[in-house]
Design a protein around this ligand. Sequence first.
Ligand code: GUN
Length: 285
Amino acid sequence: MSAQFIDGKAISASIRQEIREETARLAERGIRPGLVVILVGDDAASQVYVRNKAKACEELGYHSEVVRLPAETSQHELLGLIERYNADPAIHGILVQLPLPKHLEEKPVIDAIAVEKDVDGFHPVSVGNLMIGDDALLPCTPSGVIELLKRSGISPAGKHAVVIGRSNIVGKPVSMLLLRENATVTICHSRTPDLPAVARQADILVVAVGVAKLVKKDWVKPGAVVIDVGMNRLENGKLAGDVDFDDVVETAGWITPVPGGVGPMTITMLMANTLKSCKRANGMG
Ligand code: GUN
């Protein structure tokens, strides 16, 4: 039997509808969520991401600012801009698009963002809050994965979740969130011996390594939930995930397609974080 698709586009659309309704209710009280996206340089993929973020803000009725800075912007100038937005009451979320040009250091930039406006969830205090289970703004792709599971009626509680990948952006935080949802979590990486055998133990397999079509059907327990965070551009121009979808689809019980699985959730969760931050700033949660 073929796996059921986890439709990230449809789930994302229904979350955005909920956000739209809540934003309209806030507007009646004169409250409007605000997001600033800062882009340094002219990386082509980043330009597309930034445009999509601004478009999402517009569609939801948010206040949106996009600051495009030249590639040669100094660290000092960038930190000064962040300081300004930290103090701006119309802005509830600050996102500095990564990667930054080589001469800029990422860490001091992320550290400079006010924790309450850290809608990426990358600030060390946000990461610490996630780790100890305190209320935090959660990183967008990992929280998108958890939303996909919940809204598909899949509970991680008591399940064995295997995460392949240990990045700060996806692998580590998604592991922590699955643990918070009472899964037993195994984190694998490039030095894990016999990766297919470990993956095969998973009830929920999350793959975030950036290697096209790495995961084959003999890596998947029959009926398992397979969440593919990968987005790899093939030589023919097509997008492929980290999972060999055609090979795995008959074995898995549930699977996210690429595109249309995890991808659409990332900006949606960014919008959810901005709304959450706005409500907090107005004493509503
Ligand atoms: N570049 C690619 N993905 C992301 C993201 O989620 N946040 C930021 N800030 N930069 C990115």
